[in-house]
Unconditional design. Structure first.
Length: 1055
């Protein structure tokens, strides 16, 4: 009973022995291909290759290789569950081997054991044992009674007795095998560990868990001592011990052993077998319960891969493992891949349930694959027709009706929904789901009054309901109601009434959402809210602005500003709520653990509730448990708000800043503020001064959209050769766009020349260099002599007005151990990579060596450090002390999701880290830094990603201010801008002011490089922070000043 790895290796080795005649060469190639296919689980293709190889070996009369191929074919058929084909091949191998090689040959013994295994699988146990004994008799004739091959035959016979449930006979033969191996090989030989494992498995089947654990422990000790602590057999023994410990109730020890086994298996990319699959699956469940969805998904994939390559009949486990993988992927929002896993789970289970079909169809629906989802719902309905349980049919009809409506077949969908609504036994929650589908159908048919009435009824029902999840479904009903009123207002149908109705509904929606996000929501609810909130607040702001245009009531302006701030808050917070709480620094780990445990408990209980909807007693019990956990969760949040206010504010938000508070802060700063909110329809601009605020709107028509994209493209890519070849055309195009955008983006105009500006861009505007906008430009001129916004005003950026207020009011004083730390990305030539590689675009990961001289000089002048390869890696960065300045001349990427946003220290991993510091990892750091300088970045997609999330993560990790370059560094000009910034920053004590002065000096000294691409990339993020203590005045100046004072005193006394 050898695993496939041994067999495939023997195939590969034997194939290499035959390289002379062309037929044998082809046979060897077929064996090599079969070996690869068996390892990857492609059994059908492997069978074809092995049968071809067998035919070629038969032609060459190479009988041992021929029978070896036939025995492999038998194994493959068994793994496919094709018992009759396996029996046919095994019989052929047995009788032909006796005919060709004589009765006493080991190929005949192998064939006999495989044929017997076929009989065992078919339930013909007596016949199986008879044929196994034939194999034993052949081996005893060849080797005698004291040989290890005889021990293998004992194992086969024992397995057959175990399959027949005669555990006494099975134990007798397993013990004979163990005794023989100990005698022949010694008591600590790895083959003795195999016997220990067989006996342990038998004791497990007999429910003698203590004895099973003892045998597994012996197998573990032997394997670890003889094979090394990282050997796959050690991992298998650990997984087996974990299984026994779990059955004995030693849950914590079992989890630890599963984790150790899985981590050992992970080092082997070809790890396979039931035990490897079990270890991977158990660790995936642990990670899932801890909220680490990325880790859970990785191990869940390894579990199904390992099981697919095992020799056991693991259909029930395959269903469980595919279900787990699908659930994890659905939690991550990867619905298309989740649907594939749910489909595999269906294919590997005989006794299916309504939930199996529901999960498959719903994952396809949420992935946007509506035709495929409809096909799955059709299969669901056909299956449900043969089930006695009415719930199955009601669920299938609801799903079918929803999808028919969403695919435009409204009347057909309504007929399905009507049958659900008219059924006497439809449970409340399914009734409400059907009513929501019916409201959607009215909407699609243009029957708005009926749709509105239906949504109102739904909202009332959920408002009165005490069922778990009622608040979420209330939010969903209100959202649909508000959207319907908003759409009617767009169509100029009873406009004023529908605007007021939409606004009132959206206000209620926002209040419900405020409470929802402070409860332990299932991930699917969080994902729905993430997708819905942008439209909710966009429509709410539109309603406010439209009503203000009609009645000029200030409350509508205030509400519009409030909604814009709420949307910005949620855009940053919702992705963080999907991360495990333990990922975050600056909060007590015990509280974070409680937060995670309560949230996961509620999410799992929601799953149990979904599976027990028709069991009233079970439902009541689960709902009570959910209420208890929700109460505990709220208690934990209350403690977090008191003990970790920064963490609480980051994840759960704070009260939106009032316009009066903001104006007061601006008055103190003598500054003005522009807060932007970009929707599909237009741009809302809130202009604040110390006296009050105004709201402006500009339609996002094709001309406006094109000018934004063209200007961004122009500054991102630079002038190229056009600056010298066609200077006038480049000048006219750039200045025309800059003037157009200045007019649209800066209404109200800053009141005072040189007044500091706070800019809060949104959406695509995050990447726009406002510094390069122009109030006017002469038709003929040069880039260097224009009145750019960034020359006339010091500009600071932030993510929202509320976050800016919190930053301005914070008093996070810090003493820094280091004055200066710097990293420079030098490319492949300077790397000391040890493992792994990343497929980054060479253009995006271009070396930034041109920063080296400047960075080195700054380090020398401040007694700071420049980290060069091989030390310039993530592990060094993580270990650095608090620093006044942290200069990162590294490629940074900003994407729409936390896993798309990172700093790249190296293109390759090392022995400790992958050298990509991801956004989610930054939140786990507490690294006080006075000023971060990120010298090169690129957006993964300017429309759907922003740099603000990266900046906020660095601020959360205790970074005070940030100097950020919005596109890949422009070479030496980017270096010179930093040199000038450093000088002026030290002189002015302000990041924003220092950057403004650097721009002025750069354009004065380099008029030929006046294109904004070269100087407008850097922005200042955060409050107008003062220079960190000690950074402005170098030590030698202090000494010189003291010496000067002494000299003056001496001269005074002299006179």
């Amino acid at each position: 009973m050898r695993i496939y790895l041994t067999l495939t290796l023997s195939l590969s080795v034997s194939a290499l022995l035959w390289c002379q005649p062309s037929g044998l060469e082809e046979a060897a190639q077929c064996q090599n291909r079969a070996a690869s296919q068996l390892l990857s689980g492609n059994f059908e293709e492997a069978i074809g290759q092995l049968e071809t190889a067998a035919s070629l070996y038969a032609s060459a009369q190479e009988w041992e290789y021929y029978f070896s191929c036939l025995n492999q074919v038998t194994n493959a058929y068994l793994d496919l569950g094709q018992v009759e084909e396996a029996k046919r091949t095994a019989k052929k191998a047995l009788w032909e081997s006796i005919r060709r090689l004589g009765r006493d040959n080991d190929e005949a013994a192998k064939a006999a054991h495989r044929l017997a295994e076929v009989y065992s699988r078919a339930g013909r146990h007596a016949k199986a044992i008879e044929v196994h004994k034939m194999g034993l008799m052949i081996r005893e004739s060849i080797y005698g009674s004291r040989h290890t091959q005889v021990a293998d035959s004992y194992d086969w016979i024992a397995a057959a007795w175990a399959a027949a449930a005669d555990y006494g006979q099975a134990a007798d033969y397993y013990e004979r095998a163990m005794s023989l191996r100990r005698e022949l090989l010694g008591p600590r030989h790895p083959d003795v560990a195999i016997s220990c494992t067989h006996l342990a498995n038998l004791e497990l089947a007999r429910e003698n868990y203590t004895q099973a654990l003892a045998y597994y422990q012996e197998a573990y000790d032997i394997s670890r001592n003889r094979l090394g602590e990282k050997h796959p057999d050690v991992a298998a023994a650990l997984a087996s011990m974990a299984s026994a410990n779990r059955l004995l109730g030693n849950r914590q020890l079992a989890e630890q052993q599963y984790r150790e086994a899985a981590l050992l298996y992970r080092q082997n990319p070809d790890a396979k077998g039931a035990r490897a699959a079990e270890a991977f699956h158990e660790l995936a469940v642990q990670y899932f319960n801890d909220g680490n969805l990325d880790g859970a998904a990785g191990f869940a994939r390894r579990a199904v891969q390992a099981l697919a390559l095992s020799q056991t009949d693991g259909r029930q486990r395959a269903h469980q493992y595919y279900q787990s993988l699908g659930a994890i992927l659905a939690e991550k929002g990867q619905y298309k891949e989740a649907a594939g896993s749910f489909r595999q789970a269906l294919a590997s289970k005989a006794d299916l349930s309504a939930d199996d079909y529901q999960q498959w169809s719903e994952a396809l629906r949420l992935s946007g694959s509506l035709p495929e989802a409809l096909g799955a719902a059709t299969a669901f309905l056909e299956w449900a027709e043969g089930q006695p349980d009415p719930y199955a049919m009601l669920s299938a009809r609801t799903q079918m009706g929803r999808l028919l409506i969403e695919t435009g077949r409204v009347e057909e969908g309504v007929r399905q929904i009507a049958r659900v609504l008219n059924h006497d036994d439809t449970p409340f929650w399914l009734l409400q789901e059907a009513n929501h589908c019916l409201a959607d159908a009215y909407l699609r048919k243009g029957e708005y009054d009926k749709a509105i009435q239906q949504y109102k009824l739904l909202a009332e029902e959920w408002k009165k309901s005490h069922q778990a999840g009622a608040a979420f479904f209330l939010f969903r009903a209100l959202l649909s109601l508000g959207n319907t009123h908003s759409d009617l207002a767009r169509q100029d149908r009873n406009t004023l009434y529908n605007l007021e109705a939409a606004l009132n509904t959206f206000e209620t929606c926002d209040k419900v959402l405020f409470g929802l996000l402070r409860s332990p929501l299932p991930s699917e609810h969080l994902l729905f809210i993430s997708g819905a909130q942008q439209k909710l607040y966009s429509d709410a702001i539109r309603a406010c602005y439209s009503l203000y245009q009609q009645n000029r009531e200030e409350r509508h302006l205030r509400l519009a500003f409030y909604f814009s701030e709420r949307s910005k808050q949620l855009s940053g917070r919702l992705p963080l709520m999907l991360l495990p709480p333990a990922s975050f620094a600056r909060a007590p780990q015990a509280l974070l653990k409680q937060e995670a445990e309560n949230r996961r408990a509620v999410q799992l209980l929601f799953g149990s509730l979904r599976n027990n909807r028709l069991n009233e007693e079970a439902t009541d019990s689960i709902q009570n448990q959910i209420e208890e956990k929700e109460t505990e969760y709220r208690s934990v949040l209350a403690r977090l708000e008191r003990e970790a206010p920064d963490y609480y504010r980051l994840k759960f938000g704070s009260e939106v800043v009032e316009p009066e508070e903001l104006s007061t802060l601006l008055q103190q700063q003598s500054a003005a503020l522009y807060a932007y909110y970009l929707t599909d329809e237009g741009l809302y601009t809130f202009y604040f001064t110390g006296k009050g605020f105004q709201l402006f709107w500009w339609p996002l028509d094709e001309a406006f959209r094109t000018s934004l994209h063209d200007f961004l493209q122009m500054v991102f890519t630079g002038p190229g050769e056009s600056l010298s070849n066609n200077l006038e055309a480049t000048y006219r195009q750039a200045t025309a766009l800059a003037v157009q955008l200045h007019e649209k983006l800066l209404p109200g105009k800053p009141e005072l020349p040189g007044q500091p500006l706070f800019l809060l861009p949104h959406g695509l505007l995050q990447w726009l260099p406002f510094e390069a906008l122009l109030p006017s430009a002469p038709p003929n001129g040069t880039f260097a002599n224009l009145p750019y916004l960034g020359l006339n005003h010091s500009i600071s950026y932030h993510s929202s007005a509320t976050a800016l207020k919190d930053a301005l009011e914070s008093s996070d004083s810090q003493e820094y151990e280091s004055r200066y730390e710097a990293f420079v990305f030098a490319g492949d030539d300077n790397q000391a990579a040890m493992k792994g590689a990343f497929a980054m675009d060479k253009e995006d990961a271009a070396p930034l060596n041109y920063f080296l001289d400047f960075v080195r000089d700054w380090a020398a002048e401040t007694n700071g450090r420049l980290w060069e390869s091989p030390l310039a890696g993530e592990s060094v960065f993580r270990g650095l002390p608090p620093a006044e300045v942290m200069l990162l001349a590294l490629p940074a990427q900003a994407g729409p999701l936390p896993d798309d946003t990172f700093l790249c220290f190296s293109e390759k991993a090392d022995s400790l880290f992958d050298n990509r510091l991801y956004l989610r990892e930054i939140y786990g750091l507490e690294k006080p830094v006075g000023l971060y300088i990120l010298a090169s970045a690129r957006p993964l997609s300017p429309e759907n990603s922003g740099w603000q999330e990266l900046a906020e993560a660095l601020r959360y990790s205790r970074g005070q201010s940030l100097l950020f370059h919005r596109w890949p560094a422009a070479g030496p000009p980017s270096v010179e801008m930093l040199q000038l910034f450093r000088s002026h920053w030290q002189a002015t004590g302000s990041v924003a002011k220092g950057l403004q002065e650097a721009r002025r000096e750069y354009l004065d000294s380099h008029p030929e490089m006046g294109h904004p691409h070269f100087w407008a990339g850097y922005l200042s993020y955060g409050p107008p922070a003062k220079i960190p203590a000690g950074a402005a005045i170098p030590g030698f100046w202090i000494i010189a000043a003291v010496a000067g004072l002494i000299l003056i005193g001496w001269l005074v006394r002299l006179h």
